[in-house]
Design a protein around this ligand. Structure first.
Ligand code: ATP
Ligand code: MG
Length: 427
């Protein structure tokens, strides 16, 4: 049997791996400036963490989780997102006792059994952040500012839009949901199959549907969630937008942004782009003041978001943003001529690597011609050539691969070289 990967899963190679890590490290550095620190949580949790956390009627819990039974008879799930796990850890370690505000970020792979397409995989990376302990709109504003700064420093702020909404508190939302259901039910058959199911369970999500007919129907709804917000929720949104304005963060109020998860209250937002087709959200988040309590913790307001790293990479690619391309470190090739010089070439390569240089060498006894070809192919700036003659005279030949110039130097000179720049000075 030839081993193959699972459908919807991806293998990543250089330079994509390096780009992904670069996006991660840049983003984490920005989060650090805002006083956030890293939490690492397990990939596997008891399924209840997600069904309680995200809500039984959500798409993720209904059909997207990788769930199985362990040998010990526990029902477990691969994490489909990060917030529920972070909240579980927050509660389990009583982090609310350690400081009034807790600021955490995480990164890693998430797993969702959904239909693979561009920008949608079954295993993908997210970087997310959660801020616990403040109900103030300034906390929402700060976490959005942090996400916006990361996006800006990745070079993407001109290609995305921050879309903002409030979905109020559950009571307000229930009234809105009822109005939605009443409005959509008479023409239920025109909705996609998915949304027909949502109508009974999670009508808000219909606003988020990408199907043409559903979009048509929802665009005719003569009222919006804003008409149902309490004074308190409206004031929260106003305070948030005025703070974003003060920070010169551009936003667009969009009453259709609802988010798919049950745990949000008041603020919800998405960072969207028109360059990735219908997979248009590169990051999304909101406030979730009821989640900690719902998962068995003390009443704790919180706000957070998650960014899809692969979609960020796609957007960098599509927009030709070069700022995050990995830098290429200069390369030296150590070439041996004849069996006797092979060991010496390996030793030299090892010594140069200890000095921090990037060095390629040949394990097997290959011809000079083949090793030269490899040096050219790999883009080496210089080669070091060692043959029997050089061994005897205790010298090495240095070749500038661009000009083809060659010159002999005593072997002990290698010990003084500190970096690639020193090779350039020699030749
Ligand atoms: P979408 O509407 O695109 O399905 P979502 O509402 O399911 O997104 P969240 O659960 O909020 O997304 O996840 C946050 C971010 O993670 C998304 O904005 C997106 O960038 C990314 N993301 C979500 N699902 C996938 C996936 N299957 N493959 C790649 N990235 C994803
Ligand atoms: Mg989704």
């Amino acid at each position: 049997m030839k081993a193959t990967r699972l459908h919807g899963f991806k293998d990543l190679f250089h330079p994509e791996t390096e780009k992904l890590r670069l996006v991660e490290s840049k983003t984490k550095e920005v989060f650090g400036r805002f006083g956030f620190s890293e939490i690492i949580i397990p990939i596997l949790e008891l399924s209840g963490v997600y069904s309680t956390g995200l809500g039984d009627t959500t798409d993720i819990v209904q059909k997207e989780m990788y769930t199985f039974e362990t040998k010990g008879g526990e029902r477990v799930s691969m994490r489909p997102e990060g917030t529920a796990g972070v909240v579980r850890a927050f509660i389990e370690h009583s982090l609310h006792r350690k400081s009034p505000v807790t600021k955490l970020y995480y990164s890693g792979e998430m797993f969702r059994h959904e239909k693979p397409q561009e920008g949608r995989q079954r295993s993908f990376n997210q970087i997310g952040a959660e801020l616990f302990g403040s109900r103030d709109p300034l906390a929402d504003s700060e976490i959005i500012a942090m996400l916006w700064l990361a996006i800006t420093e990745l070079g993407l702020s001109d290609h995305v839009e921050l879309e903002l909404n409030s979905i109020g508190k559950p009571a307000e939302r229930e009234r809105y949901k009822k109005a939605l259901t009443d409005f959509l039910s008479p023409n239920k058959d025109s909705l996609c199959e998915n949304c027909q199911n949502r109508l009974g369970m999670n009508p808000l999500r219909i606003l988020d549907c990408k199907t043409g007919t559903c979009r048509e129907m929802t665009s005719e709804i003569p009222f919006s969630i804003r008409d149902y917000l309490s004074e308190q929720s409206s004031e929260h949104l106003d305070a948030l937008t005025s703070s974003l304005g003060e920070k010169s963060i551009p936003y667009r109020l969009n009453p259709r942004i609802v988010r798919g998860l049950d745990y949000y209250t008041d603020t919800v937002f998405e960072i969207t782009t028109d360059k990735l087709g219908s997979q248009n959200a590169v990051a999304a988040g909101g406030r979730y003041d009821l989640l900690v309590e719902r998962m068995g913790g003390p009443e704790t307001p919180a706000v957070g978001f998650a960014m899809g790293v692969e979609r960020i990479l796609l957007l960098l690619e599509k927009t030709g943003t070069r700022r995050n391309s990995p830098g290429k470190k200069q390369l030296v090739c150590v070439i041996h001529i004849g069996e006797e010089a092979r060991g010496e070439a390996a030793r030299i390569a090892n010594d140069l690597r200890k000095k921090g240089m990037r060095v390629e060498t040949e394990y097997e006894n290959k011809s000079l011609k083949s090793q030269m070809r490899k040096a050219n192919r790999t883009g080496a700036a210089h080669s070091i050539i060692i043959g029997e003659d050089e061994l005897r005279k205790k010298v090495f030949l240095l070749r500038n691969m661009r000009t083809g110039e060659e010159k002999a130097f005593p072997l002990k000179k290698l010990a003084d070289l500190r970096g690639h720049g020193d090779f350039r000075k020699l030749l």
